[in-house]
Design a protein around this ligand. Structure first.
Ligand SMILES: [Zn+2]
Length: 209
């Protein structure tokens, strides 16, 4: 998919997620890797209303170090760009990362400590996990849940440390406690599928508490 089509696709998802109440006002951030260069990704600009996002409201960032490579005048990268940069740099096959703030992801409480930084939380073995490509009948899966530091680059560093010491999570997402999930996929369509599955999973988990 060419870059313009990719940005149009992500813009459509922004409107859809806003209508689902996953991205109130300016919350959340969506990005896609530039398939032609592979070393750049485009992410929603900071402060843009997600229900009214345009396909020109994106800025271009380096996968290698998060440097801002190009932006229309007045556009700044999303505050959470550093998290996307870690995910693209750690997973060369990933083509899109999506981060939203859903109600259920904020209702779930795990008590992850500031010092510990993250914790592995068990995932119930329900049917929807097949959307993550996991077909075992009763898998014992976990998801990494990170502490919501005010300073976003601190969260990004914690995530990078996780990827380089523990490895890539078996499930294509992570959760920041009291904040929201971030999912990834090879394509925008796959990342969207993962996000819908994660949303359902977190709804189930929130209602079981
Ligand atoms: Zn966020």
């Amino acid at each position: 998919m060419d870059l313009i089509s990719s940005l149009q696709e992500v813009t459509k998802l922004s409107h859809l997620y806003y209508s689902r109440q996953w991205m109130f006002a300016t919350a959340g951030n969506l990005s896609t890797r530039d398939n032609s260069s592979h070393t750049e990704f485009w992410i929603t600009a900071s402060g843009k209303h997600k229900g009214e996002l345009k396909d020109t409201d994106f800025v271009c960032v380096s996968v290698k170090d998060g440097t801002l490579l190009s932006a229309k005048e007045g556009l700044k990268p999303s505050a959470e760009t550093s998290i996307h940069q870690v995910l693209y740099s750690q997973m060369p096959n990933v083509g899109s990362c999506l981060h939203v703030h859903t109600l259920e992801s904020n209702l779930l409480e795990f008590g992850v400590g500031k010092e510990e930084g993250y914790r592995e939380i068990p995932i119930p073995p329900i049917e929807i996990i097949k959307a993550f490509g996991i077909w075992d009948e009763k898998p014992s899966l976990t998801m990494p849940v990170f502490y919501n530091h005010t300073d976003v680059p601190t969260i990004a560093n914690q995530i990078k440390r996780y990827f380089t010491t523990v490895g890539i999570p078996k499930v294509p997402f992570l959760l920041i406690e009291g904040h929201g999930p971030t999912v990834w996929g090879k394509s925008i369509a796959e990342a969207n599928k993962h996000l819908e599955a994660v949303h359902f999973l977190l709804q189930v988990m929130a209602r079981r508490v």
